[in-house]
Design a protein around this ligand. Sequence first.
Ligand SMILES: CCC1=C(C)/C(=C/C2=NC(=C\c3[nH]c(/C=C4\NC(=O)[C@H](C)[C@H]4CC)c(C)c3CCC(=O)O)/C(CCC(=O)O)=C2C)NC1=O
Length: 169
Amino acid sequence: MQDAVTTLIRNYDSTGRYLDGTAIDTLKSYFETGSARIQAAAVISANAAELVRAAGSRLFETVPELLRPGGNAYTTRRYAACLRDMDYYLRYGSYALVAGNTHVLDERVLQGLRETYNSLGVPIGSTVIGIQIMKDMIKEKVAEAGVADTSFIDQPFDYMLQELSEVSI
Ligand SMILES: CCC1=C(C)/C(=C/C2=NC(=C\c3[nH]c(/C=C4\NC(=O)[C@H](C)[C@H]4CC)c(C)c3CCC(=O)O)/C(CCC(=O)O)=C2C)NC1=O
């Protein structure tokens, strides 16, 4: 697992360079957003169950077919699996926020996910809508907690959205 700092150092070390202006700027921006990242992680953990539930409800309002017979989240088992997946995206998203790096998402979440979803008929387009809804809710909650600029929250969630969307649907 890598974070913003180890990734940068590894990169410079591999070519034997001292940290240059670009590196210093990257480090500055990571450390400047440091306390906001930690605050966001705290808001997420304090509100995780509610965020997952609320984002799930809004997803099912937006795409009601998912809960109807023939829908992928139809039956309590699949409904629960869907919310559990949303919880995975939230929890790993919070790790990536603190790390300032998406490596943990590649390693733990995204590897093989599209193939699994495709083989089970889990609709990727609707999953993308669900993650998008959850991201907006997180940003709202973190803003309510007093963090002025919540734009850093986009990175891990946009990364998951982009990686999931890459192949079809
Ligand atoms: C920590 C990393 C990790 C991830 C990400 C993960 C995802 C994951 N989601 C699965 C299933 C599933 N995922 C969903 C999700 C949904 N269905 C919908 O209609 C919605 C669009 C969506 C919720 C937003 C559903 C319904 C299943 C069960 C599908 C089935 O068994 O038929 C499965 C198949 C095995 C199982 O059912 O547990 C995996 C591996 N597992 C992991 O270990």
